[in-house]
Ligand binder design. Structure first.
Ligand code: DLZ
Length: 155
């Protein structure tokens, strides 16, 4: 077990065999979000989750992540949700509206359902910054989001 995954090993490690996860993945900037998805998915498997207990739901863009997360978190069988997205700044204030709405929306889902819902959403100034955080020199933020929900499930 490497890197950040080590932070959930040790005597407090939770058994994930019967835990069910939903990954909600935005299709915008797909090259990036697929890498984040793979990071999160592999991390869950390495931490002990079963393939059959991980479901994926695609949404068009990051703005749709809170609704997708709500649809998943509202299901009794789902223990935790990981939202995956990538918003890259453009020439207009659109970026700020999307990022703020997505962050607030995802936080609301956490609190509404009392379940971990991770913010695995890159909000970057350019594509280079996004690539650095999607398997590049700054790691994979999808993997970190998976570790976050596992830590939150740990009693
Ligand atoms: C419209 C839009 C733009 C310009 N940029 C992004 C982006 O960088 N990342 C992302 O995830 N989604 C983007 N979107 C799409 C919005 O999230 C949303 O899907 C649309 O505004 C429709 O609600």
């Amino acid at each position: 077990m490497a890197g950040i995954l080590k932070s959930v090993s040790g005597k407090n490690k939770i058994n994930l065999k019967n835990k069910k996860f939903a990954l909600v993945v935005a299709e915008w900037n797909e090259e990036i979000t697929e890498t984040l998805f793979n990071g999160a998915y592999q991390a869950l498997l390495e931490l002990g989750a079963k393939k059959d207990n991980i479901i994926r739901k695609n949404v068009p863009g990051s703005f749709e992540l809170p609704l997708g997360a709500q649809q998943m978190a509202g299901q009794k069988k789902i223990d935790a949700v990981i939202c995956i997205g990538c918003v890259i700044q453009g020439d207009t204030p659109h970026f700020d509206y999307i990022c703020q709405a997505v962050a607030n929306g995802i936080m609301n889902v956490n609190l509404k359902f009392n379940k971990p819902v991770a913010f695995g959403v890159l909000t970057t100034l350019n594509k280079k910054q996004a690539l650095e955080r999607a398997g590049g020199r700054l790691g994979n933020k999808g993997e970190e989001a998976a570790v976050t929900v596992v830590k939150m499930l740990t009693p």
